[in-house]
Design a protein around this ligand. Sequence first.
Ligand code: ATP
Ligand code: MG
Ligand code: FE
Length: 356
Amino acid sequence: IRVLGIETSCDETAASVVGLREGAAPEILSNVVLSQIEEHAAFGGVVPEIAARAHVEALDGIIEAALADADTRLADVDAVAATAGPGLVGGLIVGLMTAKAIAAASGKQLLAINHLEGHALTARLTDGLSFPYLLLLVSGGHTQIVLVRGVGDYQRWATTIDDALGEAFDKTAKMLGLAYPGGPNVEKAAAKGDPARFAFPRPMKGESRPDFSFSGLKTAVRQAATSIAPLSDQDVADICASFQSAVADALGDRVARALVRFREDYPDSEAPALVVAGGVAANRKIRSTLEELCASHGFRFVAPPHALCTDNAAMIAWAGIERLQAGLADPDAMDFVPRSRWPLDSVSAPVVGSGR
Ligand code: ATP
Ligand code: MG
Ligand code: FE
């Protein structure tokens, strides 16, 4: 079984071919990602119209490259899977319509995939993880803890009540005059800073509600930054280090809560696991905090390679394969309209109809 995946929900134009042979581990035959970071950098964030236009210009070539890299002709592909939401609707339309056209012209099956389901199932592609497990998704647009019980069977345990974590990194960077995307630059600056200089708040820490919040922390960073003028490189480094340490602390508190709940809900689970995904998962301070937390709670810590943690099409192709294998491919995918909002726990297993 071989699936062509297409991802255009945000600022990456991506295509990939993933294969699965009976009795063997899945294989990523190609994984082509074109980042639009440079197009958006001047604006300090993703501009939806620019993103949609860039997807239109790049997608055909990216798909051709993915097929060529995989040494695969369209005729050898069993299905076409495209991200159908959530995300920026302009980009989603470009990707899903292209996939519909390819599917219609080649007589292949179409799969309309939820982007978050792609992130949620990646650890099964890379590590062969079995259900159930916990997913921590921390990216520019999402901050969630999700219980992954099976294909199409997800329960969101926590989400952010304001900013996404990647967004908090990007806004902090902007306030400090660091370039976009902010995450990597904040981490770099933090390496030379004193994490104890500023006592930033740990939003939600110790609260019984399971969710995340980062806007209070952002405000505290702004106050610290504006109270010192002009900011020296050392000030910037100290703010970044203090911010990162507050983030790791707050995140650790929320995740610890979920690990405890997982233990309660699945007392017989012999090898419970926490998977991280999303661009923020690249952060070493956050990683080491989560690693220690998992070790102390007896959880396996699974962090797929960075290229598969950030937006890519291999995870979309793989989610398509998972759905095909589970008999959960939506027979009405050709009629699917892209959804800018599409919560993961509403991606229930579709009722399998007569097909078409
Ligand atoms: P979506 O939310 O739709 O999945 P996205 O494009 O916003 O998409 P990703 O590409 O997964 O998300 O991640 C980008 C985010 O990750 C940005 O906010 C970026 O600042 C953050 N990021 C990247 N590297 C690091 C790092 N080393 N430390 C902290 N944050 C980082
Ligand atoms: Mg991105
Ligand atoms: Fe994503």
